[in-house]
Design a binder for this molecule. Structure first.
Ligand SMILES: [Zn+2]
Length: 230
């Protein structure tokens, strides 16, 4: 009978291996394939985002510090919020689990999902199991987990295309927005992919209210933008 691997032990406890960043057996760092022996003392540590342990851990070749995301098919609203907060987030609700897992790996994206089974696929190296059902809570969770409150750039990315929006001269877009918006806003941004116009407004204020509920959200100023009319 073969001995159990560390990965099997961890996932047998219901913990996706993507939640684990460091495994020590008898005080030594090991990778997921390590086969356990009777009497081994195993210490399992969660993902360190605020502390770089690259020189210590053996569970994966390189820690993921380039934070880009891929949201699974059930997390469309979270994907939209992440984009509005400025984070590169892939989302396509037509993808199956295999496409999601493979794309996350190929693109070096953190896989966001509420499906433990998806994170337990061995190909997946970086993921996060989203706990909340509510999109705004989910955004808070992700910003907390990856220590991203200081990296928020509100409304700098198109919430539909995930493309970075570009500043555009007021004269070029002003007749395309509601007269009230045109009267109150000086700055506008344009999605080069879908043509949506963004400006500071109600959506921006709503996002800011959410972000300001966190104590270290003081750095969320920046280029305020508002999603344009649908
Ligand atoms: Zn767009």
């Amino acid at each position: 009978m073969g001995r159990r691997s560390v990965k099997d032990l961890i996932e047998g406890l219901g913990v996706p291996h993507t939640e684990v960043d460091l495994v020590l057996v008898n005080g030594q760092s090991v990778d997921f394939s390590y086969r356990l022996s009777p009497g081994d003392r195993v210490s399992i540590y969660p993902v360190f985002e605020a502390l770089d342990i690259a020189g210590v851990t053996a569970v994966r070749p390189q820690p993921l510090r380039l934070l880009r995301f891929l949201a699974d098919v059930h997390l469309g609203r979270l994907a939209g919020y992440l984009r509005l907060a400025g984070f590169d987030t892939f989302y396509d609700n037509s993808w199956d689990d295999e496409q999601i897992a493979e794309t996350a790996v190929r693109e070096h994206r953190v896989l966001l999902t509420r499906d433990r089974g998806l994170l337990m696929r061995s190909v997946v190296t970086h993921g996060y199991l989203v706990r909340s059902h509510r999109p705004r809570e989910q955004l808070r969770e992700v910003l907390d987990r990856f220590d991203l409150w200081g990296s928020v750039r509100p409304l700098s990315r198109c919430s539909v295309c995930n493309v970075v929006v570009e500043a555009v001269e007021r004269e070029k877009v002003v007749e395309k927005v509601a007269p009230r918006t045109a009267a109150h806003c000086e700055e506008f941004w344009l999605c080069p992919s879908c043509g949506r116009i963004y400006w500071q407004g109600a959506h921006y204020r709503s996002l800011m209210a959410l972000l300001s509920s966190h104590s270290s959200s003081a750095e969320t100023e920046g280029r305020p933008r508002e999603p344009g009319p649908p």
